[in-house]
Design a protein around this ligand. Structure first.
Ligand SMILES: Nc1nc2c(ncn2[C@@H]2O[C@H](COP(=O)(O)OP(=O)(O)OP(=O)(O)O)[C@@H](O)[C@H]2O)c(=O)[nH]1
Length: 563
């Protein structure tokens, strides 16, 4: 029998988990291919773009479903503006910089809105309000006074740049803020699921909130419209209400569902999605573009909803953010194409009523794909949570028996997936665990199990599998690992666990040890169960030999490490 020869009760000093990452781990660690590809090398332009984006998109809101951590997965460290403190800058410095950025964005969006407006008429495309609401909601912290002041300054400067008089500027800015504050205050009270449009009913609530915000702007329009544009108060309400409604519905979903880019690397990581992409996944986008083109060719009053089937197809295929973006393109394209004559609907759209009717009709059409995408998102997240719960252990959050066996089978059943047809299985069982429970209680036993799982996880590479097969028994699969390295890894787990007591909630330090059986898989075609049985037999030998040790399977051993 081969074993590591660590005497029971006399642990080798390995005080920290970090020790587990020393060679041979590091030697064997393979950099993910995508990080080495030229695509992964960020260009200065992309770096600058990402940095700018980070300022705009702090992680106030959990991103779309795919990014949201599930119970048991390591939670990605939430980065907030506080990270500036770590860089030696004070929070105030950073808030001011951040507020300045908000002001600049509001200014830039306002200029775009003013430039695209028909002279003497309220701007049809007015992005700053929706963008500002999105920015304020997506912050990690509630916006400070500096943010609000910067936003007001952005609007005022844009109006003054366009040589608007002060009274006109004040009226326009206060009307903008009537809608913005109602939207912000109502959205702020919502849970992240509703705010991220990931709840099945979130689109309904979204429409109610933006309708309230648009109505607030409309009420202000009752007073200022007759003064600024000479219409009736009713016209003022209708014009401001519809314009704000259209802009909020078109733009705010994009802002609310935009993925969090809290770390430049997350952008690179997303490139890993691409190998899974197939050309046919571009079909819904092609259908959408085709339907827009068909509308321009055929014309007529019925062309506006032509793209709806393609939009629904996009909603069923792409992420909520992508669907929101495509829907935004649909709304803007349709309104611009009709006003420019590229889309001939055969009805004159020159009266205020006709313009309002068109805007509201287009934007309500866009609600259908947004609702489908939102419900799909909620459904996919629920499925992911169920799948996770079915394959993971609720206590330690590592794979459960079924999850481990399925993942191991999937890995070993297709040897082509492995660069080298060699894998190691460790069967690990905490020693005298019953005594831990009996002496310190079941809760303390649970803490030992959880602590052990975290310790082992800290010793593994990405791609290694860890599972809790039951009780105090765990298994590890190390793909593309030879026997020598596998035994060394097992020994490090054994030594580190023995040297590192579990600190219980009451402060007590609890020493425990683990016995490990190691088996080597190097013959493609050998089922996982066979290798697990061999490792289990070795584990049994380790227990019999005195525990707190590593033993290689007699059947499959090809070498040993010295004790
Ligand atoms: N706290 C806690 N205990 C568990 C859990 N699952 C199983 N156990 C306990 O784990 C103990 C396993 O005891 P045994 O199988 O006798 O093994 P052992 O005491 O570790 O002895 P050796 O394995 O021979 O070293 C039993 O007392 C189980 O009740 C759990 O989820 N939490």
């Amino acid at each position: 029998m081969l074993h590591a020869g660590v005497p029971a009760g006399k642990p080798t000093a390995r005080p920290c988990v970090a020790a587990c990452r020393s060679p041979p781990f590091r030697r064997r660690t393979v950099l993910p291919h995508r990080l080495k590809s030229p695509r992964a090398v960020a260009s200065p332009i992309r770096g600058a773009a990402i940095s700018g984006f980070l300022l705009l998109m702090p992680d106030g809101l959990p991103p779309g479903g795919r990014d949201r951590p599930l119970a048991g997965q390591h939670r990605r460290k939430r980065m907030s503006f506080n990270r500036s403190a770590a860089n030696g800058r004070s929070r105030t410095d950073f808030d001011l910089k951040d507020a300045l950025m908000v002001g600049v964005i509001v200014y830039a969006c306002s200029i775009v809105g003013i430039y695209t407006a028909v002279p003497g008429v309220l701007a049809a495309f007015w992005p700053p309000n929706a963008v500002l609401v999105g920015l304020l909601l997506r912050r990690a912290h509630p916006p400070g006074v500096a943010h609000w002041i910067a936003a007001v300054a952005g609007y005022v400067l844009a109006d003054l740049t366009m040589a608007h008089s002060w009274p006109k500027t004040i009226m326009l800015v206060s009307t903008n803020f009537a809608g913005i504050s109602v939207c912000y205050l109502l959205f702020k009270r919502m849970s992240a699921d509703y705010l991220g449009l990931r709840h099945p009913r979130s689109m309904l609530v979204f429409v109610l909130v933006v309708t309230a915000g648009a109505a607030a702007a409309g009420v202000s329009g009752i007073f200022i419209h007759p003064v600024l544009f000479g219409g009736t108060p009713l016209n003022g309400f209708a014009f401001w209400f519809t314009t704000e409604l259209v802009n909020y519905i078109a733009m705010l979903p994009v802002m609310l569902t935009m993925p969090r880019l809290s770390h430049p690397f997350s952008w690179r990581m997303r490139s890993s999605d691409w190998p899974g992409w197939r050309v046919e996944q571009l079909a819904p986008l092609g259908a959408f573009a085709g339907s827009l083109w068909l509308g321009t060719v055929l014309g007529g009053p019925g062309v506006v909803p032509y793209p709806v089937p393609a939009l629904l197809w996009c909603a069923l295929t792409y992420s909520l953010f992508a669907t929101a973006g495509i829907t935004f393109v649909f709304s803007v394209w349709t309104l611009l194409a009709i006003s420019s004559g590229a889309l001939v609907i055969g009805v004159s759209v020159d009266s205020p009523q006709a313009i309002m009717s068109l805007r509201v009709g287009v934007i309500l059409t866009a609600l259908a794909p947004l609702t489908v995408a939102s419900v799909m998102m909620a459904r996919n997240e629920l499925l992911a949570r169920l799948k996770h719960a079915a394959s993971h252990d609720p206590l330690t959050h590592v794979l459960n028996r079924g999850g481990f066996l399925a993942a191991a089978q999937a890995l070993l059943a297709v040897p082509a997936r492995l660069k080298t047809p060699s894998a190691i299985v460790l069967m690990m069982d905490i020693d005298f665990f019953k005594k831990v429970n009996d002496t310190h209680g079941h809760a303390a036993g649970d803490e030992v199990l959880t602590g052990f799982a975290r310790l082992v996880e800290g010793c593994l590479r990405k791609g290694d599998l860890l599972g809790r097969l039951g009780g105090e028994e765990f298994a590890v699969l190390l793909p593309e690992c030879g026997l020598h390295d596998g035994l060394a890894i097992a020994q490090r787990v054994c030594d580190t666990f023995a040297a590192q007591p579990t600190r219980l909630a009451d402060g007590t330090q609890l020493h425990a040890t683990v016995s490990i059986g190691v088996a080597h898989w190097n013959e493609p075609g050998t089922p996982v169960e066979t290798i697990l049985t061999a490792a289990d037999a070795a584990l049994y030998d380790a227990k019999r030999a005195g525990r707190n040790r590593v033993v290689a399977s007699a059947a499959l051993a090809m070498g040993k490490i010295s004790g």
